[in-house]
Design a binder for this molecule. Structure first.
Ligand code: NAD
Length: 256
């Protein structure tokens, strides 16, 4: 379905970004990966799906590096047809203890990076009159939790940004939507499981159960594969008129 298209997925060396990259590749899209850490396995797993794979190590908190990455994708693959703004970080602390540099980093990586990638990739999408922008927000783009002020602000911000750009592109072949996962067991959430296990003096399984029980009525983690499936749907012709939604995949979290 996506043969001949190119997807740029930020923060795709692990977790949700990698899951979405693999799902888009399984539909034939070439993929430009991005993110930190050892990228060999991520690149191998996407290439194994029979598509072309590139990698750019841009730091999503640095606008000049973001610009270099979008240009590299366009020159290497000819286009950015699908832009997945996924890179994100978390920091958990009460607002009066929140380190200002963590606030700035969360806003830069979780929110401002999407402004930069979007403003740079959109002109080409409009010229070709086809494009998909998928912003990985969170249930925290729809509702709040204590101790996560920067994350909640950044995710509410990206949901608002999604709606604005969906309106700006409403009469074009470019659609803009947000995906709002509940708990997904990735390295980002594993840190919170570890913190809970240490604090409550319980094992990993009990810490996971408590984490889910607090917010996610299904008591099941959402998986990167499920989010990849939604990304594929949002890239399909059936979703040509799905614009500006913030779609939760959260086991009932925000239904409460
Ligand atoms: P993760 O830690 O597994 O992956 C984050 C990715 O972003 C990695 O590839 C990492 O290298 C990359 N990254 C981090 N800082 C970066 C930077 N400055 N520049 C470039 N890349 C950077 O986390 P995840 O859980 O897969 O999170 C992915 C997205 O999903 C985030 O936006 C997160 O807020 C969102 N999300 C996660 C959950 C969850 O439960 N895991 C729930 C809702 C939303």
């Amino acid at each position: 379905m996506l043969k001949g298209k190119t997807a740029l997925v930020t923060g795709s060396t692990s977790g949700i970004g990698l899951g979405i990259a693999q799902s888009l590749a399984s539909q034939g899209a070439n993929v430009m990966l991005n993110g930190f850490g050892d990228t060999t396995e991520a690149q191998r797993s996407v290439a194994a799906l029979g598509v072309k794979v590139g990698y750019h190590g841009a730091d999503m908190s640095k606008p000049a590096e973001i610009e270099a990455m979008v240009k590299a994708c366009e020159s290497q693959f000819g286009a950015v047809d699908i832009l997945v703004n996924n890179a994100g970080i978390q920091h958990v602390a009460a607002v009066e203890d929140f380190p200002p540099e963590r606030w700035d980093a969360i806003i830069a990586i979780n929110l401002s990076s999407a402004f930069h990638t979007t403003r740079l990739a959109l002109p080409g999408m409009k010229r070709r009159n086809w494009g998909r922008i998928l912003n990985v927000a969170s249930t925290h783009g729809l509702v709040a939790s204590a101790q996560k002020s920067a994350y909640v602000a950044s995710k509410h911000g990206i949901v608002g940004f999604t709606k604005s750009i969906a309106l700006e592109t409403a009469t074009t072949g470019v659609t803009v939507n947000a995906i709002c996962p509940g708990w997904v067991l990735t390295p980002l959430v594993q840190k919170q499981v570890d913190a809970r296990a240490a604090e409550a003096g319980v094992g990993q399984e009990e810490a996971k159960r408590q984490l889910l029980a607090e917010k996610q009525p299904s008591l099941q983690f959402t998986t990167p594969e499920q989010l990849g499936g939604l990304a594929v749907f949002l890239c399909s012709p059936a979703a040509d008129n799905v614009r500006g939604v913030a779609w939760n995949v959260d086991g009932g979290w925000v239904a409460q």
